[in-house]
Design a binder for this molecule. Structure first.
Ligand SMILES: [Zn+2]
Length: 186
């Protein structure tokens, strides 16, 4: 199924009625979107065989000025011992899901999947819930444009890697600041 077909399929999603006093409900639509993204997006490769339970919660509350639309959780060792069939939980805010445009539904699920990382290590399976690699104020995005701000944030990653490399190789040379040119490229 190509992306346009996914969008068209989301169009057919119907809002579920909230099941009484339940705290959580099956989120079949969001599960479908998550499966598509994991199969079709190379950056979710680590999740190809991950066991992800996608559920609606009636409301997830808010943070600052924004409603929390989704949440990702990695199950710890004890939770996996009790329920081996679940490695990650993706919660979707039922109160807002149906108000989201089709593409925003995809962005939401895609975003939450980016929090999840499944790695096979020497010590066994490692499930991680990753923090955001990009945090910014809307004012800064509006002022400078998203591409330039993204370049700026990529630079912070590059600089960190460079410092790590310098430490590992023992070189302590003065930074040339050459990478700062990235700021002017966009
Ligand atoms: Zn997030």
């Amino acid at each position: 199924m190509i992306y346009e077909d996914l969008l068209a399929h989301i169009q057919t999603f119907a809002q579920i009625d909230w099941p009484g006093d339940e705290k959580y409900a099956e989120a079949e639509d969001a599960t479908f979107v998550a499966s598509w993204l994991i199969q079709n997006r190379s950056y979710h490769e680590s999740l190809r065989d991950a066991k992800i339970k996608v559920l609606f919660k009636k409301d997830l509350g808010s943070r600052g000025t924004q409603a929390i639309l989704g949440k990702a959780k990695a199950q710890d060792d004890l939770q996996r011992k009790i329920s081996p069939e679940v490695e990650f939980v993706l919660l979707v805010n039922w109160t807002y899901w149906n108000d989201l445009k089709n593409e925003y539904k995809i962005i939401l699920v895609d975003h939450e999947l980016c929090h999840m990382e499944k790695l096979a290590t020497e010590k066994g399976l490692r499930l991680k819930c990753l923090p955001h690699d990009f945090e910014e104020f809307a004012t800064i995005l509006k002022q400078y444009g998203d591409q330039k701000v993204l370049n700026f944030h990529n630079l912070t990653t590059l600089l960190l890697e460079q410092k790590k490399d310098d430490k590992e190789t023992g070189t302590d040379k003065e930074s040339t600041g050459g990478d700062l040119n990235i700021l002017d490229e966009a």
